[in-house]
Design a protein around this ligand. Structure first.
Ligand code: GLN
Length: 336
């Protein structure tokens, strides 16, 4: 347990980080996304353009919030992490692997390219893969499966009141032609089997659950702690399945930037078009970031830069040998 002094120092470092990152432009190629309102160019954006939050939750159950940590935003693609975890928990690794691979696609999140050799989507972190994992979620009918998907998100965040935001879901359903097209194409090739509209709704409803950066941090800490939520003590996913999920986040979580992210930041992470990034330091902490401006890959611009900075300064890259996790408190950067 950190002493109050260490806690204060960590909080101060995070505040400084937020102040510095806020000063950066939210995104040059920016595409902004506002929950329930879809995408729009930055010049039409309101105050959400400037929002910036970073939260860190530790496996000891500590949480630090800085910036706009109580702003709620849609999980969007971040939900793919939990859909995959649930599909794995429901069906086991081999059954899920036969339906969705674990290879980076090198393509955009909404690509219509599939792994033709194995006749399955490349991985569960792109839309095609998430349509499969959504279809795989067990439950009593559509409502039962959806309830289980959201229940897992709640357990990960340790928040009973997480729910599908109806305005977001409506906006998503109204602009889902590409996802629908993807699903029909997949069903024609035998990669999906069920009712396309139901699968689309199931996937988009999970995307439409609203969270804060603090929730993301706790969700990340639950993955960091082998599927155990350190705030509630609940084992929300079997330990081995949490490892599977983190592995795929490391190789595929940042879409077609995943290779570069692994090279630079070196930590499992997942982004969503709402501007959220969930990053995990295995065995240590979960990080949640919100900043709406997106780059050409659909990843948060300032979110990417803050994650890179945290990883660099603290020596967190999984292949770094100079890890000094007390640095957040002391502010001394690890050797470059
Ligand atoms: N709702 C979005 C979609 O499926 C989520 C995509 C994302 O966050 N990258 O198109």
């Amino acid at each position: 347990m950190p002493t109050p002094e260490i806690r204060r120092r960590i909080a101060r470092r995070l505040d400084e980080l937020v102040a510095r990152c806020r000063a950066e432009p939210p995104g040059s190629v920016a595409n902004l996304y506002a929950s329930g309102r879809g995408y729009y160019p930055p010049q039409e954006a309101g105050p959400e353009r400037e929002e910036f939050a970073i939260s860190v939750a530790t496996v000891d159950g500590e949480r630090y919030d800085a910036g706009d940590a109580d702003v709620a935003f849609a999980l969007q693609s971040l939900s793919k992490v939990f859909a995959y975890g649930l599909a794995l928990a429901d069906h086991g690794r081999d059954a899920v692997l036969s339906r969705v691979g674990v290879e980076p696609s090198g393509d955009a999140f909404n690509s219509l390219r599939f792994d033709e050799r194995h006749l399955r989507p490349y991985n569960p972190m792109v839309n095609a893969g998430a349509l499969v994992t959504s279809e795989l979620i067990a439950g009593d009918g559509q409502a039962g499966a959806l309830e289980r998907a959201v229940a897992l998100q709640r357990a990960f965040a340790g928040r009973e009141d997480l729910a599908v935001d109806e305005a977001t879901l409506e906006a998503e359903m109204a602009t889902a032609d590409r996802n629908r097209g993807t699903a029909y194409l997949m069903r024609s090739a035998g990669m999906l089997h069920g009712d396309v509209d139901a699968t689309i709704e199931r996937y988009l409803a999970q995307c439409s659950v609203h969270v804060t950066a603090g929730d993301l941090a706790v969700m990340g800490a639950s993955l960091a702690d082998g599927g155990r939520n350190p705030m509630t003590g609940e084992q929300v996913l079997p330990r081995r399945r949490a490892r599977d999920v983190l592995s795929v986040m490391l190789t595929c979580g940042m879409y077609d930037y995943a290779g570069h992210w692994a090279f630079d930041v070196g930590l499992p992470a997942k982004s969503g078009v709402s501007g959220g990034i969930l990053m995990v330091v295995p065995g240590k902490v979960g990080v949640g970031v919100l900043s709406r401006g997106l780059d050409a890959y659909g990843n948060s611009v300032r979110g990417t830069s803050v994650c890179r900075e945290l990883s660099d300064r603290l020596g967190l890259h999984v292949f770094a040998t100079e890890a000094e996790d007390a640095v957040l408190a002391t502010g001394e950067p690890a050797e470059g």
